[in-house]
Design a protein around this ligand. Structure first.
Ligand SMILES: N[C@H](CCC[C@H](N)C(=O)O)C(=O)O
Length: 291
């Protein structure tokens, strides 16, 4: 089966985008893994699928698969590329879209400067909404509203982390310097903790000022990416709740800059950043992909 795709990236987080507005491609997890494979397939952190409106008042449905083939609830950098794709493909002429994801509706808006702002919805702040089993854990009250959990990881370590859901699960750790943070070792160790019953994206946040952070994220289903949009939202929400950040924050990732705003409480998190089409192509899907 030969399928057309568009390769895109948002702050270096890269995607294969598929158009299923005219019919389903019938892909399996093995197909998504193949598309994400950087040696045998196209190569991407996530595979994004555009589907027709599922309900009145909604423009499109947005389906997300990690490179490991698993479907997930949210992808912020992908949402910006999704909006750019539907505009450039002529699927919509709207500047602002309403898009259905697995866990709610988001609203990407195409800006005149070429960046995209996405209303990512309100963060979910209760551990069980990640889901995260916090039973028996010591919560360290800090700041006005925030709390850290002390989580044992590996044989001899404990880490302080904050949990935030943007529809998908995030654990945020504060570090002094992201360049020296043990992302490649501590990321999988935190992910391995059984309290994250559906896995977790692990963010390493360096606070530079009340309006500026640096961030690296070890993503669920991928590993470290150059940027994680929902992770940037989660890190800023955690930082604001812990009294470390103001309500508008610039987030420096290894792949580029994102801007995050959150007024607190049940207000939505607004994420602004780039969305770029890299190339378009077609790929012959092998017939013998293992399920
Ligand atoms: N790895 C994430 C999905 C992609 C998130 C990220 N690429 C973003 O921009 O939000 C998860 O398993 O929840």
């Amino acid at each position: 089966m030969r399928i057309p795709f568009t390769k895109m990236q948002g702050a270096g987080n890269d995607f294969v985008v598929l158009d299923e507005t005219r019919g389903r491609l019938g892909l399996t997890a093995a197909h998504y893994r193949f598309l994400g494979d950087r040696h045998f397939g196209v190569g991407a952190d996530q595979i994004l699928t555009v589907r027709p409106s599922p309900a009145p008042g909604i423009d499109f449905e947005y389906i997300i698969h990690n490179a490991d083939g698993q479907e997930v609830e949210q992808c912020g950098n992908g949402a910006r590329c999704f909006a750019r794709f539907v505009r450039d493909s002529g699927l919509s002429t709207k500047d602002t879209l309403r898009v259905q994801t697995m866990k709610g509706v988001i609203a990407p808006q195409l800006n005149a400067d070429g960046r995209v702002t996405v209303d990512m919805g309100a963060p979910r702040l209760e551990p069980q909404e990640l889901p995260f089993d916090a039973s028996g854990l010591k919560l360290q009250p800090q700041g006005d509203w925030g709390n850290w959990s002390i989580l044992p990881v590996g044989a001899a370590h404990e880490v302080l982390l904050a949990t935030v859901s943007m529809g998908n699960p995030h654990a945020v750790l504060q570090v002094l310097d992201v360049d020296t943070a043990p992302v490649a070792t501590l990321g999988p160790q935190v992910q391995a903790n059984a309290r994250f019953t559906q896995g977790v994206n692990v963010g390493f946040m360096q606070v530079r000022s009340r309006n500026s952070i640096r961030l690296r994220v070890y993503e669920r289903g991928v590993g470290e990416t150059l940027a994680c949009g929902s992770g940037a939202c989660a890190a800023v929400v955690a930082g604001i709740r812990l009294g470390l950040l103001d309500h508008q924050v610039d987030v420096e990732t290894r792949g580029g800059m994102l801007s995050i705003a959150w007024a607190g409480g049940s207000a939505p998190v607004l994420m602004t950043g780039p969305a770029t089409t890299v190339f378009r192509g077609e790929i012959d899907m092998p017939d013998n992909l293992a399920a």
